[in-house]
Design a protein around this ligand. Sequence first.
Ligand code: FES
Ligand code: FES
Length: 168
Amino acid sequence: MKLSVNGTPRDVDPSRSPTLLAALRDQLELTGAKLGCDHGECGACTVRLNGDLVYACLTLTAACDGAAVQTVEGLADGGTLHPLQQAFITHDAAQCGYCTPGQLLAAAALLDQRPHPTDDEIRTAMSGNLCRCGTYPKIVTAIRSVADASGASATRADAPPSATGDAP
Ligand code: FES
Ligand code: FES
């Protein structure tokens, strides 16, 4: 069956790799997405499937025929890091790095949908991605920096719910 992976047509055999995570790692040698819990709890395997975040460990390869998949390997633009990748480096948001690919894709999906999230919205959006090294504050700071750099000022975390929308 066929997938579009990071914009490139790829063939995978679902009989060899029942899960999308296995297909990406074992057949396509895209090892950015990681196997953590294997139970849909940690987010280490996060990829985007037709734009939506999914846990690749729980996603059946056979259900993905014709789908567009984005992995962390597809975030950079050639030799130029995605702004989130650079921000994670700048703000030291990765320690062991095992969770980082999933964190980056979750953050990218958030900023695609909501370019100027509050800190609370960042924490909520990232809640499906666990970090055993506990770099959560730095992850929020990194995402915050990209959101702030993209233009409009964002309303910060502690604002009342009625004031948490995008700045005009
Ligand atoms: S390995 Fe998929 S959610 Fe943990
Ligand atoms: S940086 Fe180590 S698990 Fe997140």
